[in-house]
Design a protein around this ligand. Structure first.
Ligand SMILES: Nc1nc2c(ncn2[C@@H]2O[C@H](COP(=O)(O)OP(=O)(O)O)[C@@H](O)[C@H]2O)c(=O)[nH]1
Ligand SMILES: [Mg+2]
Length: 449
């Protein structure tokens, strides 16, 4: 049994209402002791009551108090919510009055943590509550809500069930060899079962790409030689003059960033210093930074100048991009063509003066990342980095098991890897967890949630 906790659940600042939330065994009796109005100890569950919060016979605020009795509440405990007048002074004073009854101030995410520890929701759902609060785009909201609704939990449990059935069969064979009707798991019939599990895990990881793009956006680096029009392109994409544009090569020396939304997905553009050999120290640092942004770019827009021949520097840069997703943007097509470049599939021509090619560039991004599909996807996919990493680990264990089976290692030895995969998936839902994990996970939460 936990103690009773309280916190302000609404945003700090001036507003019509603030809500102070109280949860725990003494929530109702303690709030009743500072409330003048109906006796809250005697009211039915899920009801709202008008009255005053009182301290030393003084009225602190005129409030509405909601009473929710266990177990059908957010935390599964008794919960009282006090609706005070919004603003700083009333809210603060009511909170102080609640604290004066001996109720403790909650830590970040402690209400949701209790919902988890009390078994109402699993860890994927608890984790997604904060994602829902943090959602800025429609797709983020849908994705988070589906996870809060338990869609991810169900998928993980489905794979876990397949694994546990397999483990049960192996156990029966080992412990009760005399059970003749139990299916005997052998090195012949084990691999297809492991392959089925592997496929389930692989498809969870494939789907998670959608989740990653929705939550983190697509990082796009704009790269190329000096003066080809990278900064002009950034400005055209953002529809604002964010980066400085001049005809002096080497103008952009630091990284300039900007974001737009495309089909509900955030594109995070980075304009970089033009890549060239330079003796200027500041520019050189810029060039090194440019090359470094390639590392974690999801997409590279390589800008070339239509009005110039391909140079050695262009070619060198192209050779650095071979394992990246690249769109080659041939800028300055308002000027006579002098560039000859081998045809590649992701080629867009345009210029930043009439803005020809900007829409084509956006359409290319939509096509490359299948953004159209995102909007028709059911968005019941994994998106948490924590969960993705655990699925990857579980997949490794199943791969180990498959490798062992091919080496004729006895089934009861292989069972160790299978059990490990099952445990890892258990960490995702929180069937097994460490306190440390809960601490880091919930510390990212808002107070009062
Ligand atoms: N004719 C023409 N000039 C352009 C175009 N885009 C940029 N410029 C000019 O090219 C020069 C360099 O542009 P900038 O965006 O600073 O290039 P960056 O060094 O690659 O960032 C500036 O004088 C721009 O006005 C274009 O599409 N057509
Ligand atoms: Mg520039």
């Amino acid at each position: 049994m936990f103690d009773t906790i309280c916190a302000i659940a609404t945003a700090r600042g001036i507003g019509a209402i603030s809500i102070i939330r109280v949860s725990g065994p003494e929530a109702i009796s303690k709030v009743a002791s500072i409330f003048s109005g109906k006796n809250l100890n005697e009211v039915p569950s899920h009801t709202i009551h008008y009255g005053y919060i009182m301290a030393n016979n003084e009225r602190i605020d005129e409030v509405l108090v909601s009473v929710f009795k266990a177990p059908k509440t957010y935390t599964t405990e008794d919960i009282v919510e006090i609706n005070t007048h919004g603003g700083i002074a009333s809210t603060k004073k009511v909170l102080e009055t609640v604290l004066s009854t001996g109720i403790r101030l909650a830590q970040s995410g402690e209400f949701t943590k209790r919902a988890f520890l009390n078994g109402r929701i699993d860890l994927t759902r608890a984790e997604a509550v904060q994602n829902l609060i943090n959602s800025e785009t429609e797709l983020e909201r849908k994705l988070a809500l589906n996870t809060v609704d338990g869609k991810v939990e169900a998928k993980i449990k489905k794979v876990r069930d397949i694994i546990v059935n397999l483990m049960a069969n192996i156990e029966v064979n080992i412990d009760y060899p005399e059970y003749e009707d139990a299916l005997v798991i052998t090195l012949d019939n084990l691999p297809p079962r492991l392959t089925e599990i592997k496929q389930e895990l692989t498809s969870l990881l494939e789907e998670s790409q959608i989740g990653k793009i929705i939550n983190q956006g697509i990082k796009v680096t704009i790269i190329g030689r000096p003066n080809v029009g990278k900064s002009s392109l950034l400005n055209a994409l953002l529809k604002e003059n964010k980066a400085i544009v001049t005809d002096i090569a080497g103008t952009t020396r630091d990284i300039v960033e900007g974001e737009i939304e495309l089909k509900g997905i955030r594109l995070k553009f980075i304009d970089t210093a033009g890549i060239r050999k330079t003796t200027n120290l500041v520019e050189k640092i810029g060039v090194d930074k440019s090359l470094a942004t390639l590392e974690d770019a999801d997409l590279v827009i390589h800008v070339l100048n239509n009005n110039e021949e391909l140079t050695k520097e262009d070619e060198e840069l192209i050779s650095k991009l071979h394992n990246k997703t690249v769109i080659t943007y041939i800028n300055k097509n308002d000027l006579p063509a002098k560039l000859t470049i081998p045809k590649t599939s992701n080629l867009v021509y345009g210029n930043t003066i009439t803005l020809e090619g900007i829409d084509a560039l956006k359409n290319k991004i939509i096509e490359l990342f299948d953004l159209e599909k995102l909007n028709t996807s059911n968005l019941e996919v994994v998106s948490s980095v924590r969960v993705i990493n655990l699925i990857k680990e579980a997949l490794k264990s199943i791969d180990n098991a498959l490798a062992s089976a091919s080496k004729n290692i006895p089934v009861d030895m292989i069972a160790i890897d299978i059990k490990h995969a099952w445990d890892l998936l258990g960490e995702i839902t929180g069937e097994t967890y460490q306190d440390e994990l809960l601490d880091t996970l919930f510390s990212k939460f808002c107070l009062g949630k």
